[in-house]
Design a protein around this ligand. Sequence first.
Ligand code: FPP
Length: 251
Amino acid sequence: MEALKNSILKNKVPTHIAIIMDGNGRWAKLKNKPRIFGHKNGVNSVRETIEACGDIGIEYLTLYAFSTENWNRPKLEVKTLMALLVSSLKKELKILQENNIKLNTIGNINDLPKSAQKELKEVIEKTKNNNALTLTLALSYGSRDEIVNVIKNISKKVVNNELQIEEIDENIINNHLYTFSLPDVDFLIRTSGEKRISNFLLWQIAYAEMYFTNTLWPDFKKENLYNAVLEYQHRERRFGKTSEQIEKINE
Ligand code: FPP
């Protein structure tokens, strides 16, 4: 594994990795266990991924932990997921501090149970001066919902004469997204074999490389993250330019 890690070019890692952590339920079902057993083991993969990202110098990691649609799951599963979030935050604070990781959230945080909001606030406050990796948890997050909010907030400013319509550009929109403090996503990973975006960071992934793996989230470990990043490094990102133009830039 050390050799695998060392084969990653440190100056060519994606700045921002986003992950759709999928397959906890199926992983548990394969083992004849309740779905929540999958989520519990999913937390171990979250820890491994954070550490792996820290080890290779990733600056931003964004995890899709709970979508606006996930509220429709059975009540008990939602409740247990929220409890798991709180207990994980309590337990993992030490890991965050040791690895100089700053916690951030995106989504309708006000919809979460008060206990989760309180714990998140505390950990965000305690880690606010860390600066190696920014870990963003998407909680009660939906990209369309985010864009609706952006439009409402920009419209308010236009109505109040704080902003002119002609001034609206991509930068203004970026600055109104939940992700205003994050750079665009370079690399999007989805586990469990599904090849969908599921309402995650639609605006922010405009030029992201996509990586789909059949590995179920609880089986996703450091090695899987390193392999994914190695594949990213073999891809050519053209941003609408030709191959020849890109070769010139890299010369
Ligand atoms: C998707 O698997 C996973 C989730 C909806 C929840 C992800 C949550 C965690 C990994 C644990 C808590 C998070 C943190 C950040 C501590 P699924 O249930 O959709 O799996 P399935 O598609 O196989 O049913």
